[in-house]
Design a protein around this ligand. Structure first.
Ligand SMILES: Cc1cc2nc3c(=O)[nH]c(=O)nc-3n(C[C@H](O)[C@H](O)[C@H](O)COP(=O)(O)OP(=O)(O)OC[C@H]3O[C@@H](n4cnc5c(N)ncnc54)[C@H](O)[C@@H]3O)c2cc1C
Ligand code: SF4
Ligand code: SF4
Length: 347
């Protein structure tokens, strides 16, 4: 793992426009803040080694170190990362109904983990109007407030930093690959901070091909949608080439080229589609509306899923071979594109 301070973070990530607003550098100290879809350094700091730099997923991640620590294996660069098994999943009756993005697997797992005391709090992403807002949830009944995907880059991990700073432990975190890579790095205590205790007990990853710049997205919506009426958003599978916004008054479709134009540059160098450094990772199940793809990566993830199934929070089904082929191809292509882009950036 490379080391540096806030000066290096600013030069190597923020000034190069590679930040994807994951929040891993925010609220560790008084100097990095997130505001309306952007992260900024508000005061200079002269430390030559900082957690901000060491936790950032864009400063040069040591995949070998993460692989050895979280999976006790050498890093292989496989398209889907390390995993035990992949299954189709959706929320069971015990959860009740909610505005789930797909099958509600994420909400089901978080709810069960809170209700059973496996975790004492969960770092989730809620919204205020259309804006994504990190939220620490401590009651199972609050989890459904945060259901559904806000397709914008969100500083979710700032909420983990705040909670850990207050001494909270045994936390669950739901996040995309960049957010959870930041978390995975932070849990190794790379700056050897004295008295460090890992605050994280469970990580649930979300598949992610890209996110949107939250400010630019709000501008793009301004003259097309009354944002107070939005109930959800979705990206239908190819060949649709549209981004769909659901509102109380019907749906609004935006051509995907307009949407791709507001994806942060940092997403183009992101090699991870399936949030590889998580206990379990969850995405849509192509061709099966109302179902998720669930990748079980760790023993803890396996135990969580088994318990959720036995207690009626989760229903599993077979994962089709064709879906595995497509997922592997999509994730492998993302890695290749990211490597090519990173090579171009270095030239
Ligand atoms: C930016 C983004 C891009 C995605 N792209 C893909 C994709 O290309 N392919 C694919 O298969 N799946 C993608 N997903 C994942 C997918 O949209 C669903 O989140 C996933 O399938 C889980 O569905 P669910 O019904 O179990 O979730 P729910 O039970 O509805 O729970 C959703 C959870 O997502 C969290 N969340 C919402 N918005 C954000 C955000 N901006 N950042 C971090 N966490 C958030 C909430 O905390 C909530 O707990 C993406 C998710 C995000 C956030
Ligand atoms: S990518 Fe995350 S950790 Fe890196 S500068 Fe942006 S918000 Fe901070
Ligand atoms: S594509 Fe990668 S960098 Fe961009 S939001 Fe998704 S996980 Fe983060």
């Amino acid at each position: 793992m490379q080391m540096g301070g806030s000066k290096e973070l600013k030069e190597q990530v923020l000034d190069k426009d590679l930040c994807t607003v994951c929040g891993a550098c925010v609220d560790l100290c008084p100097y990095f803040k997130a505001y309306n879809g952007k992260v900024a350094q508000i005061f200079e700091c002269d430390l030559t080694q900082g957690r901000c730099f060491a936790h950032c997923p864009k400063t040069g991640v040591d995949f070998e170190q993460l692989a050895q620590n979280y999976f006790q294996q050498p890093y292989r660069g496989d398209a889907l990362g390390f995993y035990r098994r992949i299954t189709a999943a959706r929320a069971g009756e015990k959860l009740g109904s909610g505005q789930f993005q797909n099958g509600g697997t994420v909400s089901a797992l978080v709810t069960m983990a809170l209700e059973s005391g496996l975790i004492e709090g969960a770092v989730l992403t809620d919204s205020e109007g259309v804006k994504p807002v990190p939220r620490l949830v401590t009651q199972a009944g609050e989890v459904l407030d945060c259901a559904s995907t806000k397709y914008m880059a969100a500083p979710t991990i700032s909420c983990l930093n705040q909670a850990a700073g207050k001494g909270l432990r045994n936390l669950g975190v739901v996040g995309t690959a960049c957010q959870l890579t930041g978390v995975a790095q932070s849990r190794l205590n790379p700056t050897r901070k004295e008295g460090f205790e890992d605050p994280v007990a469970l990580t649930i990853g979300l598949f992610c091909t890209w996110s949107l710049d939250a400010r630019k997205f709000q501008d793009l919506l301004a003259d097309r949608v009354d944002t107070s009426t939005i109930t959800g958003m979705d990206v239908p599978p190819p060949p649709a080439e549209i981004f769909v916004i659901r509102t109380h008054n019907g749906t609004v479709e935006i051509p995907l080229p307009e949407i791709r134009a507001i994806v942060p540059k940092g997403c183009s160098v992101c090699p991870d589609m399936t949030a590889e450094w998580a206990d379990v990772s969850v995405g849509a199940l192509e061709g099966s509306s109302g179902w998720n793809t669930l990748i079980i990566r760790t023993e803890k993830g396996e135990q969580l899923v088994e318990k959720a199934v036995s207690e009626g929070y989760l229903i599993l089904d077979a994962f089709p071979d064709s879906s595995l082929e497509n997922l592997t191809l999509g994730a492998g292509n993302k890695k290749k594109r990211a490597q090519e882009k990173a090579d171009m950036e270095e030239e």
